[in-house]
Design a protein around this ligand. Structure first.
Ligand SMILES: C[S@@+](CC[C@H](N)C(=O)[O-])C[C@H]1O[C@@H](n2cnc3c(N)ncnc32)[C@H](O)[C@@H]1O
Length: 382
């Protein structure tokens, strides 16, 4: 199979310089070598650490949030929760191990685009076929073999895309939208330019390099609506795929549901005033990578999510930091309990003592205002 760089060079030869989003889409998701398609993932043994991968505390608090939303809805059974961009399933695992009150009613649908990551859902979760996700609870039946849920939930299903299901549904996504492909514009002296990908000479081998072309009228007008008074050379992302995904998620949530997105986020204007390499980042093996067109398929490509672009789809119901959200869910009580158990059991050095100590350090990471605690929790009730 040719490397991604050759596949993209072939496309450029046929169609001319490609928009940034097309290169990003291939670099992350192309089945012939995209970063996520070939198993790139969050986790200590992966490429970067996300809140669910810090430890079980985040999932325990998401479990509390699910209970609040379930109660607000009048405790429906089934209670359908869609976790989109579920990665290898770490959040689902810790939510379910925390045994939320809604568990018996819960239909927990993991939605993950990467087949390689979907294949890992069954490692730690009792996954059943999609047919069981949507109907009423089924009785256990020995003849049906494995994969059939018992009458009580949780019923856990793994899917490749958002389901079509009657609402109300809770759609939750941690660090998904920052990975959806976007176009990139640069402010030139005479108007907006678009960052495209052309073929350059990388010594003896083929390389994909940047080429600036005048932005078409639609993009230029849209950029003018997003930002004004930006310096020449400033860059912005145009996050149409994220906006399109939000539209679908709001439909999936249905009447009375909610969409909750947790991510690093800013406004387009804020990004225009930052060096572009600060908000458009690459990662591999826990290290920052190089230019997004380098090592195509071997590094993650990500950008801060532009809240103002999402708000054009529908105004947000709430926007708070992760630290504020977790505090409202009672993280401090759980840390206090961890401190007490650690004080009582430190001398034993047993598993319970270690878990209690780990909860304290997990909370520090999840609340850090310069790290995960500064992420935004964006919520739409539908
Ligand atoms: C940064 S990872 C976050 C994983 C996990 N939520 C976490 O917090 O550890 C983003 C994940 O979203 C997946 N993804 C990207 N686009 C998707 C889509 N349209 N639907 C479902 N999953 C998607 C990627 O394959 C990747 O596993």
């Amino acid at each position: 199979m040719p490397p991604l760089v050759d596949l993209l060079a072939g496309r450029i030869a046929r169609r001319g310089p490609l928009p940034f989003d097309e290169v990003m889409e291939a670099a992350l998701y192309d089945p012939r070598g995209g970063f996520y398609a070939t198993g790139g993932a969050a986790g200590r043994h992966g490429d970067f650490v996300t809140s669910p991968e810090v430890g079980p505390l985040f999932g325990q608090l998401v479990g509390r949030a699910l209970d609040r939303w379930w109660t607000d809805l009048g405790r429906p059974d089934p209670f359908v929760v869609v976790e989109a961009g579920a990665g290898r399933g770490a959040l689902a695992r810790s939510v379910l191990s925390s045994e939320p009150a809604c568990a018996a009613s819960l239909r927990y649908l993991l939605v993950e685009r990467s087949e390689a990551l979907r294949a890992r859902h069954a490692d730690h979760l009792d996954i059943v076929g999609p047919a069981f996700a949507f109907g009423p609870p089924l009785p256990d039946d020995d003849d049906d073999g494995p994969g059939v849920p018992t009458a009580d939930g949780p019923v856990v299903v793994s899917l490749a895309d958002l389901p079509s299901v009657d609402g109300p549904v809770v759609v939750l996504a941690n660090e998904l939208l920052d990975n959806l492909a976007f176009r990139v514009l640069e402010r030139g002296a005479d108007g907006w330019l678009e960052v495209r990908a052309a073929v350059g000479s990388g010594g003896s081998s083929t390389a994909v390099v940047e080429l600036l072309v005048p932005a078409d009228d639609r993009l230029a007008e849209y950029a003018d609506r997003l930002v004004s008074d930006v310096p020449i050379g400033a860059r912005i992302p145009v996050q149409d795929a994220a906006a399109g995904w939000l539209r679908r998620a709001l439909d999936t949530a249905g009447r009375g549901g909610r969409v909750v997105l947790i991510d690093y986020a800013a406004t387009t204007t804020m990004l225009a005033h930052r060096p572009w390499a600060d908000w458009l980042r690459t990662y591999a093996g826990h290290e920052r990578g190089g230019h997004p067109f380098d090592r195509l398929g071997a590094q993650d490509i990500t950008a801060d999510v532009c809240v103002d672009q999402l708000a054009r789809v529908r105004p947000l119901t709430t926007d708070q930091t992760q630290a504020e959200w977790l505090t409202a869910l009672g993280i401090e009580d759980l840390v206090e309990e961890g401190r007490r158990v650690w004080t009582e059991r430190a001398h034993l050095g047993d598993l319970e003592a270690m878990r209690a100590r780990s909860r304290i350090t997990e909370a520090e990471a999840l609340l850090d205002p310069n790290g995960l605690g500064g992420f935004r929790v964006l919520e739409w009730t539908t």
